[in-house]
Design a protein around this ligand. Structure first.
Ligand code: G3I
Length: 317
């Protein structure tokens, strides 16, 4: 039988899982993470601004390096996550005078992308730029520079690491709607302006109680048709606890639909689940009473419904 990544690779794509530093000391966990199911990983926290530049001009790459080392020794590639984001942003950034924000942002991007040059194949350069209605989120970056911060960030990333694929990444843009229209218009404009953008990330943090995103495959395809890659970057499918067979079956359908959408779109480069096991999922701490979002349970056992649905969507048996 083939692993998820082997099945994806046969279609020219990767299948990956996020991870985090604390989990790397859990040997039962790392046995699965590095055991062949996943050909790619994303650090869940350790390349973010608060981890890499907690104080202005003082950089720390130890935790990010540890993820890279694990990945390299287990034949996994790394997506860098994330250079410019309003969350997990040290307070010093938000306290800067407006004129200082651009130089601080460009320096951050330059230092971090230079350090990880050759170690990450892609960067989420800008994460979560939009509000739900498609307006730009009022972050320190937007407030100081307006929407041009996105182009400035992408250009700085390209200058620091010319070989990395540069992405803008967001959630609730998986299907058609106001927020994905805003992302579409942004990417179209960036391409028209000659700004270096290589891909769009669709986080795909889904919940069975909210329904499946509208026309995901068509949505991915319209971005691909702009001339960028697309990727499913943070997939998980949560439910209101407790689990039962009906919810598990719905969850499996969601996993299948997402993977099938990626398989159907030539420029969809791969799928990353936001860790592989409920033991380390972010969901219960943010959505009280919800969870069971991943294809492996909290005891690191595969959930046959979700796992087999992914296998089948990847063309396996
Ligand atoms: O490391 C500290 C630890 O020292 C402390 O004892 C503990 C107590 O609160 O907190 C630990 O930090 C937590 C960190 O995860 C590491 O576990 C933070 O509180 C917690 O807020 C942080 O959550 C992360 C979250 O982003 C923050 O926004 C999740 O792990 C991470 O999975 C999640 O990932 C995001 C993506 O980056 C962007 N898209 C949405 C996705 C889910 O929120």
């Amino acid at each position: 039988t083939q692993t998820l990544h082997q099945l994806a690779a046969a279609k020219g794509k990767y299948f990956g899982s996020a991870t985090d530093n604390g989990e790397l000391s859990d040997t039962a966990y790392t046995a699965v993470l590095g055991g062949g199911e996943f050909g790619q990983t994303t650090p869940g926290n350790s390349m973010k601004w608060d981890a890499t530049e907690p104080t202005r001009g003082t950089f720390s790459f130890t935790r990010g390096d540890a993820i890279v080392t694990f990945a390299q020794s287990h034949n996994m590639t790394v997506r860098g996550h994330t250079l410019v984001w309003h969350s997990q942003l040290p307070s010093w950034v938000g306290s800067l005078p407006a004129a200082e924000v651009q130089p601080a942002m460009v320096n951050h991007i330059t230092q971090v992308a230079t350090h990880f040059k050759g170690k990450v194949f892609a960067w989420d350069v800008v994460n979560e730029p939009f509000n739900e209605d498609g307006t730009f989120r009022a972050t320190p970056f937007y407030n100081a520079m307006g929407s041009s911060y996105v182009a400035t960030a992408l250009r700085a990333a390209r200058a620091a690491d010319p070989d990395a694929k540069l992405y803008v990444n967001d959630y609730n843009t998986d299907g058609l709607g106001a927020k994905s229209d805003a992302m579409y218009n942004l990417v179209k404009q960036l391409k028209a302006d000659g700004v270096p953008i290589d891909g769009v990330g669709f986080q795909a943090h889904l919940a069975i109680q909210y329904g499946f995103p509208s026309q995901m495959q068509q949505n991915l395809q319209r971005f691909a048709d702009l001339g960028v890659d697309v990727a499913i970057t943070e997939l998980d499918v949560r439910m209101v606890l407790p689990r039962d067979a009906t919810k598990d079956a719905t969850q499996a359908t969601y996993y299948s639909n997402v993977v099938k959408a990626c398989v159907a779109v030539t420029r969809c480069v791969g799928v990353t689940i936001w860790d592989y096991t409920d033991k380390y999922s972010w969901v219960p701490s943010v959505f009280s009473g919800q969870g069971a979002a991943l294809p492996w349970d909290e005891n690191l056992q595969k959930k046959p419904t979700a796992y087999n649905a992914i296998v089948a969507a990847l063309g396996g048996t």
